[in-house]
Design a protein around this ligand. Sequence first.
Ligand code: G3P
Length: 222
Amino acid sequence: MMQIYLDSANLEEIEEALSWGVISGITTNPTLMAKETGESAPLVEKICRMLGKNPVSVEVLSTAAEDMVKEAKRIANLSSNIVIKIPMGIEGLKAVYQLSQGGKGIKCNVTLVFSVNQAILAARAGAAYVSPFVGRLDDIGWDGVGLVKEMADIFAKHKIGAAIIAASIRHPRHVREVAAAGAHIATVPFSVLKQMVNHPLTDLGVERFLRDWAQARPEEVF
Ligand code: G3P
């Protein structure tokens, strides 16, 4: 069953979403982290504690492979459930390859993936997760969901173990479509998560049930 992650570094959003029982992980990025106040390391530690054993993706800011590896190790030391987000590229692939070596390797999530070839390379280098950006592809008139479907088909055909995290999700239709396309995970902003819950007929239905009950049996409660 497709998992849902929350794409957020905001403690209130994370706490609220976790209480719904639907979130299996968190993804952050430098833009999301920059929106929060205070230092990043204590914030990451707090988020990791809230998630228990579930994964929290935290992105490196370095751009050279050796620096990415050093930074990734520092970040991974903050908590055992951290996944290191590494931007796609030659330096990124080198870093993922080094970090994922050996049984005790650090798990990597290759981010900013916009093509099947990038996804294949990321998985070959050792990424545990690969994140295609659905919304940003749609923004330039390409087909974000189509990329997820093509990736999912190829990963299944070749038994590629990396999990596909559909990212850059902009609306509930994206979630439905990436689930149908075969994404293993959709990482959604809190605004989209709230939209997923709502349906006008649900609200009307609850209103009508309560009204009918109150009219017929105003005193009775279970
Ligand atoms: O976390 C990566 C991704 O979800 C960013 O989404 O909306 O900035 O394209 P967006």
